[in-house]
Design a protein around this ligand. Structure first.
Ligand code: PYC
Length: 313
């Protein structure tokens, strides 16, 4: 493995590690094809980059790629401590701020290719980014599942670039002190959904669980706890999770196009969100958040390192 240059940022508290050079050569296909190749042939590179001891369980990676369409600013492939993501809202915001830090993009509008579609980004300032996500939708409404220790939990299944089960008031209060218990609760819900055969479209695994409660800060409409695949919780309000939430609110007639929804995370950070309807009536979410570059580093792959390909619990 070549030395790998990475730039780390956080978006509303959630980390992103962007691989800017030294990543795997994935050819020139679409981001979905390159992600498949990354998963099949280079998974040890993923764990090298984000798992301990070079990373940690909350670290989300973004491999910077040449876009297929030269009019686009970049291609991005997202991954975490256990595998690959479709889209990642916080990491897209982090990538925009990082590319600006590198002098690769200026303020204003840019398009990024992702494995699930093209996402448009408006870099409003050095730190503030508005992303227009892929079309999002509520797939199943008012689904009930029996969760050991919790009883019946009811929620919606929605797509926001990843698959989510969204439920109100399941388990303990949404406080930082309760994060271990919230994690166990969300893991139990995820297991129960899988055992009950409840999936996203085409049998897709529901790999994100989102629990909602009352917000704490003025102006916020809701607070969430989001369990990501790999059992880390999202420190940000989760861009794809907030998109899924907008889709559910819109489908329930509880949020109109253009109306603002401020989503607060379990650590108290916020995304401002709204949606528009495209020509086909699909929900196109816009999420605004802030990111900060925190470090630049070169990761060295020493063949004698017993943890060359990382470890995780
Ligand atoms: O912001 O979409 C997001 C996200 C997904 C997983 C972690 N963050």
């Amino acid at each position: 493995m070549k030395p790998m240059r990475v730039i780390d940022s956080h978006t509303e508290g959630e980390p992103t590690r962007m691989i800017v050079s030294g990543g795997p050569d994935l050819g020139t296909g679409s981001m979905a094809e390159r992600r498949a190749l990354f998963r099949e042939r280079f998974d040890p590179v993923r764990s090298f980059a984000v798992d301990e001891p070079r990373g940690h369980e909350a670290m989300v990676g973004a491999l910077l790629c040449e876009p297929v369409d030269r009019a686009h600013a970049a291609g991005l492939i997202f991954f975490n401590n256990v595998g690959f993501l479709g889209m990642c809202g916080h990491a897209t915001i982090g990538a925009a701020v990082t590319l600006h830090h590198m002098g690769r993009i200026g303020l204003g509008r840019h398009c990024f290719e992702t494995p699930v579609g093209v996402v448009s980004v408006n870099l409003l300032s050095r730190h503030a980014v508005e992303i227009e996500n892929v079309a999002s939708d509520r797939y199943l409404s008012t689904v009930s599942v029996t969760v050991p220790g919790l009883g019946q939990v009811t929620g919606d299944v929605a797509w926001g670039g990843n698959w989510f089960f969204l439920t109100d008031h399941a388990g303990p209060a949404l406080t930082m002190k309760n994060i271990p218990e919230l994690t166990r609760t969300a893991e139990a819900i995820k297991r129960a959904l899988a055992e009950a055969g409840i999936t996203g479209r085409d049998g897709a695994e529901i790999d994100h669980i989102e629990i909602f409660g009352a917000p704490e800060s003025p102006g916020a409409r809701s607070r969430n706890f989001v369990l990501c695949p790999g059992s880390a919780y999202d420190r940000s309000p989760c861009g794809t999770g907030t998109s899924a939430k907008l889709a559910c609110l819109a489908a329930a007639g509880k949020l109109q196009a253009g109306e603002e929804w401020v989503q607060e995370s379990i650590v108290g950070s916020r995304f401002a969100a709204r949606y528009r309807l495209d020509d086909e009536g699909r929900i196109i979410p816009t999420i605004t958040g802030h990111a900060f570059v925190v470090s630049e580093a070169t990761l060295h792959a020493d063949p004698d390192d017993p943890f060359l390909h990382g470890f995780r619990r």
